[in-house]
Design a protein around this ligand. Structure first.
Ligand code: HEC
Ligand code: HEC
Ligand code: HEC
Ligand code: HEC
Length: 411
């Protein structure tokens, strides 16, 4: 069956992805600041591999949803959507905002309502996060067009066809790891800038899927492409080391570091898939390198697995629990309409329960699991009372969770 095949393929990339994600999801303890009994929340580590099994197996999400085309057709495909920032907040809001449509569909189809505990929610999220951030597969013939139109063909050859002034390119991407390509482009940018801008009159810019198509084209003629789309997993901790050696002189993360280039922390909208990250680095290379010259900073040169480690590090910043302010959360809680049923300080009303009396502090995951559990009843109440379904934004989640975890203020 095609769905089975699709699933098998999916598992092939999910396994290396799982290794990355496990590195990403560092278990964290937070201490919710409570004056009396300190409430502790344990951040749960999700495993994408298990998430995939739940998604297509027990929890039956795959009956309605597909991932990269494999699965059901009733509901949106959940892959390839650009995760919002912060990623966790985005996942929660996507689920919440589509709740009414989804729950209605589940009832209509007479499917059992899938029960999810916090661990399962974490696994499914880890899986969806991975699925949302893979590159679309490159198209080699589109890649050949890119190679010609961007003018690479004037100096480079691929599989023997093209200019002879610069190295043949198929060898670079031949390995199993497309990070090698990004690394080669970045490392050689310095010696290419002058000849390229004088030959082509400008520095070619890459957008959309172009880089990925180009990689697919270059690979097509590579001597041993069999292992193609595998990525060598990076390591977030090593990536932080690389960042400190090669990037921090010019870039900061959460305010720590240089200011020659832009801050690269979680607030910066940065593509992290191989192809798109390579495009961003390429597009900015001339400005980065001229700044390096002006400031007497050595240009960034990467070796071995450093590119993969860097990307994993930058992704890990974006996967962390969103942080927020209880004061902003209090306002969001009212403005989005939660207070209409739960009370202004979430103390509870006759319609909806109090939300701050639990023994454990909420994490994003346990918050979502609670929403998932209670969602259908909440929606019924909203319909009975004619209250519109509150719509949430990705940045709300951190604020809401910290509001619900904060000690209740005395009136
Ligand atoms: C019976 C069919 C059905 C099942 C089973 C189902 N969903 Fe859905 N889901 C839907 C529909 C329909 C929508 C779109 C609702 C809308 O747009 O209002 C949706 C929307 C979503 C969205 C938002 C998608 C977007 O494009 O923004 C996510 C995320 C999601 N579902 C996750 C899940 C997960 C995880 C499971 C399994 C635990 C699951 N769904 C099970 C029907 C289903
Ligand atoms: C004007 C000539 C010229 C053009 C046009 C040009 N390059 Fe280059 N490229 C070079 C030269 C010269 C080198 C070798 C630089 C060095 O050895 O440091 C090089 C090196 C490279 C390398 C590293 C090769 C290796 O063996 O490690 C990559 C990757 C690369 N170019 C990609 C591209 C891409 C993609 C384009 C089109 C967007 C392009 N180049 C356009 C001249 C050019
Ligand atoms: C010598 C200073 C310098 C160093 C070292 C440097 N960069 Fe940059 N970087 C810049 C400058 C300046 C820009 C802005 C370029 C522009 O405006 O086009 C930039 C832009 C970027 C961007 C694009 C950001 C965006 O959102 O558009 C990324 C990504 C990036 N750098 C990553 C890195 C990484 C990863 C390293 C380490 C391997 C690094 N840079 C090392 C100076 C540097
Ligand atoms: C129309 C009324 C209504 C609105 C609006 C509403 N809720 Fe609820 N909520 C309920 C009801 C009723 C329950 C209990 C459902 C049950 O018992 O299954 C509930 C349960 C919950 C729970 C689970 C509590 C627990 O102890 O596990 C959370 C968390 C929650 N709501 C958060 C919110 C947030 C955040 C918003 C705003 C974005 C919101 N609710 C908006 C009626 C509402």
């Amino acid at each position: 069956m095609t769905m089975r095949n699709g699933r098998k393929q999916l598992l092939i990339w999910i396994i290396p992805a799982a290794l990355i994600a496990v590195a990403l999801m560092v278990g964290l303890f937070i201490q919710a600041r409570r004056p009396t009994a300190a409430r502790r929340a344990l951040y749960i580590i999700g495993e994408p591999e298990k998430g995939a099994a739940l998604f297509f197996g027990d929890k039956q999400c795959g009956i309605c949803h597909s991932i990269n085309g494999s699965g059901g057709r009733v509901a949106p495909d959940l892959s390839g959507k650009r995760p919002g920032t912060p990623a966790m907040g985005w996942l929660v809001t996507v689920l919440w905002n589509h709740g009414p449509g989804m729950w209605r569909q589940i009832r209509r189809k007479n499917e059992p309502y899938p029960q999810l505990n916090s661990q399962e929610m974490a696994d499914i999220f880890a899986f969806l996060y991975q699925a949302s951030s893979i590159d679309r597969a490159g198209n080699p013939s589109a890649g050949q067009r890119v190679f010609n139109e961007k003018g690479c063909v004037r100096c480079h050859s691929v599989g023997g066809t093209g200019g002879q002034a610069a190295p043949e390119l198929s060898k670079i991407a031949a390995g199993p790891d497309s990070n090698a390509w990004t690394r080669a482009m970045l490392n050689h940018a310095g010696s290419m800038i002058a000849p390229i801008t004088s030959t082509l009159g400008q520095w070619p810019q890459f957008t959309g899927n172009e880089m990925n198509d180009l990689i697919a084209y270059v690979r097509l003629t590579a001597p041993q492409p069999a292992t193609s789309a595998r990525e060598i997993p990076g390591n977030a901790e090593r990536g932080w080391g690389v960042f400190q050696r090669r990037c921090i002189q010019c870039h900061s993360v959460r305010g720590q570091g240089g200011s020659v280039g832009p801050e690269l922390g979680p607030e910066r909208d940065l593509p992290l898939t191989t192809g798109q990250f390579a495009s961003v680095l390429w597009n900015h290379a001339p400005a980065m390198l001229s700044q390096a010259r002006e400031n007497g900073i050595p240009p960034p040169v990467l070796q071995g697995n450093e590119m993969a480690d860097l990307r994993t590090f930058l992704a890990s910043l974006r996967y962390f629990e969103p942080t927020g302010s209880p004061l902003v959360g209090e306002r969001v809680f009212s403005e989005r309409g939660c207070a209409a049923c739960h009370g202004h300080m979430a103390e509870g009303t006759q319609i909806g329960p109090g939300l701050r009396s639990g023994a454990e502090a909420f994490t994003t995951i346990s918050f979502t699991a609670a929403l998932w559990r209670h969602g259908p009843r909440m929606i019924d109440r909203a319909e009975q009372l004619g209250i519109p379904w509150p719509t949430l934004k990705a940045t709300d989640i951190g604020d809401l969770v910290s509001f619900l975890n904060a000690p209740a203020r005395p009136k």
